[in-house]
Design a protein around this ligand. Sequence first.
Ligand SMILES: C[S@@+](CC[C@H](N)C(=O)[O-])C[C@H]1O[C@@H](n2cnc3c(N)ncnc32)[C@H](O)[C@@H]1O
Length: 275
Amino acid sequence: MSQASQPRIEREFAFNAQDFEFLSNLAYMRTGIVLKDHKFDMVYARIARRCRALGLATIRDYCALMASDEGHAELGNLVNAITTNLTSFFREPHHFDHLRAHVFEPFHRQSSPRLRIWSAGCSAGAEAYSIAMTMQDTIPDIAKRDCKILATDIDTGMLEKAKRAEYSAEWIEKIPQALRQKYVSQNRINEATRALVTFKQLNLLEGWPFKGPFDAIFCRNVVIYFDKQTQIPLFDRFAQMLKPNGYLYIGHSESLHNVSTRFTLVDKTTYQQVS
Ligand SMILES: C[S@@+](CC[C@H](N)C(=O)[O-])C[C@H]1O[C@@H](n2cnc3c(N)ncnc32)[C@H](O)[C@@H]1O
């Protein structure tokens, strides 16, 4: 028996399989995120918060709101509620070692005019600032070079947190000590590091209002929530946004197998664009 069709325990807000189907279809259409039946309780908990905030009596009322013209204004809150934002500094550290050796060190040695990195699905910003600290540490004359990081996410709440750049001691501890000493003060990312990153809201399923090309793209632990139908055109677009032979870093449980032939695997969850 699927979780959505199991008899329900008494809840603060009535919620049934039909409501779940409506919300998961809407989430899929708007974000590409697939909410399988086992996410029933998670969806309930997150939408219950929205019902409390809006003073609604049932989740059916919330669905009715989303189906109406007024639903448009609530869409951002729904999206913020259903995204999973787990992240940390220097998560999957081998990617930062690869980036340093294969992108930043060659850039430092050569006279390339510009360096562009994209953190696609950046959540609270830890990934983008990890890239920035690695960049500063590898390119001593960075202030005189044209180096930028674009960091995007669909979730406006996460982008606000990312721009504040203030993290708990527990989060900061994940930054290697040598970098922490140079680029963090009082649990806030220093200004010079912050200045390398531009945060923007972007739904990966919609238009991308920039041309690139990027030297490297990080899209880690994002497509794990997407089906193949969404992943296939997305990786095709990433290939187009990369410089020839540019690098793509994906999450530890993700793969491009049967998704894209425009990349070759060069290291653990590290791909190179093939032109
Ligand atoms: C689990 S976090 C990964 C954060 C970071 N990349 C990492 O690996 O630590 C996934 C992020 O993808 C974002 N996301 C999900 N669907 C998206 C979409 N359609 N467009 C843009 N971002 C999306 C979520 O808001 C969330 O912040």
